[in-house]
Write a protein that binds this ligand. Structure first.
Ligand code: BGC
Length: 462
């Protein structure tokens, strides 16, 4: 159904994919950026045990190995915004893929601790840039009826990356030099990202915005977005609306954009402030503290990783059917309940004795709620709500906020739990979850099935 005049866009996620399989390839390749994001953030928990042994690293050095990636990601998100504007989305992902390869090989071959820390920083640069350029690339390329699900391929890849990292930690635990393999093997998907992106086109929106209408038209038709010929003209005209106007980050605070920017910023901060990475990075630690042996804690952490994947798949299937808001609100409510259960579990001694399974059940509920709501929704919504000419700057800015918040929460969790007890820590996250719900209810728009240009018109008109 490539571009026959008057063709009607297919409705619904699965039907759109059937009519238009090429967009699956586009989304799947760009999502390799997300796979590396998940793998590189997830793998270190297990690898760290062996790095400690080989290099005799103390607590400070270990913290450096873990958190330097988050700092690199913050810088990468900042630079990525500039590159995605200047070079285009596609070339930025190719550069990020190259940096992934260099960073992974550097980590795997590192002769000493400072080199390892330096290479984790380099890796972080790619993680930060790809974390938002991958979803932006997909969202700008695929047709509206499947945009929610396809853009969330990226988040699915993040969760698969985390689960594979947990598995590798487990599978390689007795192999000599194992941490070098765990870290170095990530060069392969890095190469796949470079090779895959070389076969894909630049997004039609970036092309149109840069005055390149002819290639923009060609790409729109090739992606078979279900547009008729007449619509391709109209779409390209709409995409071109901001062409040639220079934008600066301070434009985000202009009255017309401020509200939309605050929605993105709120989503960025709350995605981390509900405490997701205390669970993702410390699941085995939490389970161990709940009374499990180390082996059991590690294998149950795997259950956390798989639940994350499974519920992200569910989100992908539902997003373009029920919409963004119901999943965001429902999922966040679920994770709020889980936080209360965790607080209760660690607070009431009798409960720990009579219901030892409760800690794992609560962790799984937490991850399921996150995976069906805030996990995919943050990255999806920020790729939808910002006007074209400022999308890359805006996404980069709120992504920087997301990485900084991630750093703040994961760096303080263990000491917070020490100072305020685990019950206190989980109650704090539960309180922040309530604030998040109020904010989402009042501020987050529904974007299901609407073109990016129409979303822009609606949000900036208000
Ligand atoms: C978040 C990460 C988190 C991951 C868990 C992502 O959307 O940005 O911080 O580790 O989801 O699945």
């Amino acid at each position: 159904m490539t571009g026959g005049a008057g063709a009607v866009p297919a409705r619904g996620f699965v039907r759109t994919l059937r009519a238009n399989p090429v967009v699956v390839r586009v989304a799947a390749i760009a999502a390799v950026g997300g796979l590396l994001f998940g793998y590189d953030t997830g793998v270190i928990a297990g690898a760290l045990l062996f790095v400690r042994r080989d290099f005799g690293a103390g607590p400070l050095a270990q913290e450096a190995v873990v958190s330097v990636l988050l700092i690199g990601a913050t810088v990468g998100a900042l630079v990525g915004g500039y590159l995605a504007d200047r070079l285009g989305r596609r070339r930025t992902l190719i550069v990020a893929g190259g940096v992934y390869v260099v960073g992974a090989l550097g980590c795997g071959l590192a002769p000493d601790l400072p080199t390892l820390v330096g290479c984790r920083f380099v890796l972080g640069l790619a993680v930060g840039a790809a974390s938002f350029v991958s979803p932006m690339y997909i969202s700008e390329s695929v047709p509206p009826p499947a945009r929610g699900g396809l853009t969330s391929f990226n988040q699915l890849a993040v969760t698969v990356g985390i689960a594979v990292a947990y598995l590798m930690n487990f599978a390689l635990k007795d192999v000599p030099g194992n941490w070098r393999w765990m870290l170095g093997l990530a060069a392969l998907p890095g190469l796949a990202l470079v090779a895959g992106m070389l076969t894909l086109p630049e997004t039609p929106r970036w092309l149109a915005e840069h005055g390149r209408d002819e290639p923009a038209r060609a790409v729109l038709t090739r992606l078979d977005a279900g547009y008729g010929d007449a619509d391709v003209e109209r779409e390209v005209a709409g995409m071109r609306s901001g062409a040639g106007r220079r934008v600066a980050t301070r434009d985000l605070f202009a009255p017309r954009l401020r509200r939309v920017f605050l929605v993105g910023l709120g989503l960025a901060l709350f995605q981390q402030f509900v405490g997701v990475n205390t669970v993702i990075y410390y699941a085995p630690t939490i389970l161990e503290q709940a009374g499990l042996g180390t082996d059991q804690a590690v294998s149950q952490a795997l259950a956390v990783g798989l639940t994350n994947v499974a519920f992200t798949v569910l989100a992908i299937l539902l997003l373009d059917r029920v919409g963004r808001r119901p999943l965001l609100l429902g999922g966040t409510a679920g994770l709020g309940v889980a936080l209360l259960l965790l607080a209760l579990y660690f607070g009431v001694g009798a409960l720990r004795d009579s219901a030892p399974w409760l800690a794992l059940a609560a962790l799984l509920l937490f991850v399921a709620g996150f995976a069906i709501g805030l996990g995919p929704m943050f990255w999806l919504l920020i790729s939808e709500i910002f006007p074209q000419r400022i999308r890359s700057r805006a996404m980069s800015t709120v992504t920087v906020a997301n990485w900084l918040a991630n750093f703040a929460v994961s760096a303080t969790f263990l000491s917070l739990a020490g100072a305020a007890t685990r019950t206190g820590a989980f109650l704090l996250y539960a309180f922040l979850t309530v604030l998040a719900m109020i904010f989402f209810w009042r501020r987050v728009p529904e974007t299901r099935g609407v073109s990016l240009e129409e979303i822009e018109a609606r949000l900036t008109r208000r």
